[in-house]
Design a protein around this ligand. Structure first.
Ligand code: PLP
Ligand code: COI
Length: 341
């Protein structure tokens, strides 16, 4: 096997077709045994439930090449658990977590030539997803589903790598109370598209969404949770039933406490207090930790003391520790790293 001839250092966050993908079909109330296939195209009815009523859910995780040259994945069982909770909320069958983890390993292994080498800053993004595939015209869930996993080599999610971002407070809501904000359903992203295009057209990298009920509390961005650092080095993250339970955020809170000895708090964060924080970052699989330098709320600017040139010191430590664990430079907590090969 030889690595593909890709300019790893200059990859953005885009789709590059790789050799193999995993597919399993759910028909007559059961999943088939699944297989790796070559064909990246999907044929389905014009009336497939996913096309008419957006019955689709997904996950995102990454495969890394460690310092010693192994290929590893990070906490895939948590992605499997979250896909299961998304499936239940969306009236879809659960793909068993052990089979989920196996399907990720198999797909990454089959595309090993696309896993970026250690030290390039790139990773192999893994996208598992499931959708309702049979024709449905009255509003109801599908009976038949397809689960798939594809991979694509990626660089940083935000242009400019780890340079602090400027984001805006969105005029749109992302998720309703008692809605679907806490699961990873395609519909959450569909409804954020107008908001992200608006933000980009205005020169912002992302949106800060506030809670839809009161518009006074911080929720998350379109693709990442928030982490804040107080002036006395406490790490604070918003608690809400309508945000996605980020695996990166949960891991970083553990790292902050257990590796860095910092105080951590998961609690409601009022927008009014954001101006008092020392550092702000966006965390997620794609975002890793992307520092935020400035938040603009209808012309009012909140500029964090960490500035627009580099990450704040605590954000940097969190970033170095998490990526150190993922790339095998630091010892990982039990069960966090799964070796693919
Ligand atoms: N929030 C949203 C809306 C996301 O799409 C993601 C990405 O998966 C996250 C947060 C971060 O979650 P994770 O760290 O599990 O990737
Ligand atoms: C991820 O971080 O895996 C996501 O799904 C976020 C998405 C906006 C790319």
């Amino acid at each position: 096997m030889a690595k593909k001839n890709i300019d790893w250092e200059n990859l953005g966050f885009g789709y590059i077709k790789t050799d193999k993908r995993y597919v399993s079909n759910y028909t007559n109330g059961a999943w088939d045994e699944g297989a790796l296939i070559d064909d990246d195209m999907i044929t389905m009815s014009e009336c497939a439930c996913v096309l008419q009523y957006s019955q689709t859910i997904f996950e995102g995780l990454k495969a890394y090449t460690t310092e010693k040259g192994q290929i590893v994945i990070f906490r895939p069982d948590l992605n499997g658990d979250r896909l299961a909770s998304s499936a239940k909320r969306m009236e879809m069958p659960v793909f068993p977590v052990d089979r989920f983890v196996d399907s990720i390993i198999e797909t990454v292994k089959a595309n090993a030539d696309y896993v970026p080498p250690y030290g390039t800053g790139a990773t192999l993004y893994v996208r598992p997803y499931m959708f309702g595939i049979n024709p449905v015209i009255g509003v109801k869930p599908a009976d038949d589903f397809q689960y798939r996993v594809f991979t694509t080599p990626v660089g940083p999610y935000f242009k400019g790598g780890v340079k602090p971002l400027t984001i805006k407070v969105s005029d749109f809501d992302r998720a309703a109370p008692h809605g679907t904000g806490n699961i990873k359903a395609g519909l959450n992203y569909a409804m954020s598209l107008h908001a992200i295009v608006t933000a980009h057209n205005e020169g912002f990298a992302e949106n800060m969404y506030l809670d839809a009920a009161t518009r006074s509390k911080v929720e998350e961005t379109g693709g990442a949770n928030f982490l804040f650092v107080t002036k006395d080095n406490k790490v604070v993250t918003p608690k809400s039933d309508s945000i996605l339970p980020s695996i990166t955020r949960r891991s970083l809170m553990y790292v902050a406490k257990e590796y860095l000895g910092l105080e951590v708090e998961e609690r409601e964060v009022h927008f009014d207090e954001v101006k008092d924080f020392a550092e702000c970052g966006l965390c997620g699989t794609a975002a890793v930790i992307s520092p935020v330098g400035k938040i603009v709320d209808h012309g009012n600017e909140i500029c964090f003391p960490s500035g627009m040139e580099k990450m704040g010191p605590v954000t940097q430590k969190l970033y170095d520790t998490l990526t150190g664990i993922q790339m095998g430079r630091l010892e990982a907590p039990e069960g966090w790293i799964k070796v693919v090969e």
